[in-house]
Design a protein. Structure first.
Length: 384
């Protein structure tokens, strides 16, 4: 064996560098967490809070491009970790804030944000701690903080300092919101289901989706026209109307009576499969949260996407009820991806939102200059 071959052989046996990372996997997929972490080419170090895990990742690219990636709701490199119990640590806030300023000032941050590892905690201690820690940290950043952005005003591609705090300690990292998969520390914005206009949980789901979407593309314009398939009882339509959108809602069942004569709503009582919009109908976005077989729902989405404006948005809920194993869910996802690509829809993003259960929210765009069609499409090429 010559020197070059010997060096190559040695490199293959040397252990890869492992990167400490914080990831969030929804409790709905807790039973699959071991397979998800293995699919990320990672090993578990410790579980934290309600849905978080510290891992050592050998290939960080797997966090965004693998069969396991769409199970990860949020992720963050661990640039600083302080394992401790803040409740038993005298002067925790001051010590933590001073450390954060010393370590991260001058790094070109666009903001500093602090979240909690266990949002279900009832005593409110860590929620108050997170607020106070951020406030004190911003005081120390002084002049830099004058240019910091509010959470949803962040540039999706510029670095922010995200911190998570809980009974296990403080865990921090610098990463863009897009790479972390959320503008908020830990993921997406909390949406209350108690608003006066709320009709069902689905309203909170589309509201959360619209807060997530700017990570990847602009939301539909003010006053834009949505087509919703399977709209009953009207939770999503209600939320869209509240935001000033026009909505054409299609369903065989009637909508909630609270939506009767709502300005901006056009309700058509019909089966989605036989609904035919006029040739002149044009929509900015199409929304589908229908139950039932994914292939059937996507067939209607593809058929009706011809009435989207070029580059129009599709928000599609991929249901996985009854599809339980890691391999089955990934197969289900790939089949949906292939069908959408066949129908000339481009995948923009996929994520698991707070109000998703055993389902994912997929965002597509209509490809410009082509008509939807059915046929054999290409797979995701290893992505997702």
């Amino acid at each position: 064996m010559n020197k070059e071959d010997a060096e190559k052989a040695a490199s293959l046996t040397e252990p890869k560098e492992e990167f400490p990372w914080l990831i969030r996997i929804s409790r709905h997929f807790e039973a699959l967490s071991s397979e998800i972490i293995e699919g990320l080419e990672s090993t578990l170090v410790k579980r934290l809070g309600e849905e978080y895990a510290l891992i050592k990742c050998r290939n960080t690219g797997r966090l965004v491009a693998s069969d396991a990636a769409h199970f990860v709701r949020w992720n963050l490199p661990m640039d600083h970790a302080w394992p401790c119990n803040p409740q038993k640590m005298e002067g925790f806030i001051e010590k933590a804030a001073q450390t954060l300023h010393e370590k991260f000032s001058g790094k070109g941050l666009q903001g500093v944000f602090v979240g909690i590892l266990d949002p279900s905690a009832r005593d409110g201690y860590y929620k108050a701690l997170a607020t106070n820690l951020r406030g004190r940290t911003l005081q120390l950043f002084e002049d830099e903080a004058k240019g910091f952005r509010a959470v949803e005003e962040q540039d999706a591609n510029k670095p922010s300092l995200f911190c998570m705090v809980g009974k296990e300690g403080l865990f921090c990292g610098v990463q863009s919101p897009r790479d972390s998969n959320g503008f908020y520390p830990g993921g997406t914005k909390f949406i209350s289901q108690n608003a006066p206009h709320t009709i069902s949980r689905a309203g909170a789901k589309i509201a959360e989706a619209l807060h997530y979407l700017p990570l990847h593309r602009p939301v539909p314009p003010d006053g834009g026209h949505w087509l919703e398939l399977g709209a009953c009882p009207g939770g999503m339509s209600s939320e869209l109307l509240e935001r000033g959108y026009e909505v054409t809602a299609i369903d065989r069942a009637p909508l909630d009576e609270r939506l009767d004569k709502h300005r901006g709503l056009h309700f058509i009582k019909a089966d989605v499969a036989v609904f035919e919009p006029s040739a002149r109908a044009s929509f900015d976005a199409l929304l589908c949260d229908m139950n039932g077989e994914t292939r059937v729902a996507l067939t209607q989405v593809i058929r009706l996407s011809k009435n989207l404006k070029p580059g129009g948005l599709v928000v599609f809920t991929l249901k996985t009820a009854g599809v339980e194993s890691y391999a089955e869910i990934n197969g289900h996802f790939k089949a949906a991806f292939d069908q959408a690509v066949t129908g000339w829809l481009k995948l923009v993003a996929v994520t698991h939102l707070t109000y998703n259960r055993n389902e994912f929210t997929m965002f597509f765009e209509r490809r410009e200059g082509v008509e939807p069609r059915q046929g054999k499409g290409q797979g995701p090429g290893g992505h997702w």
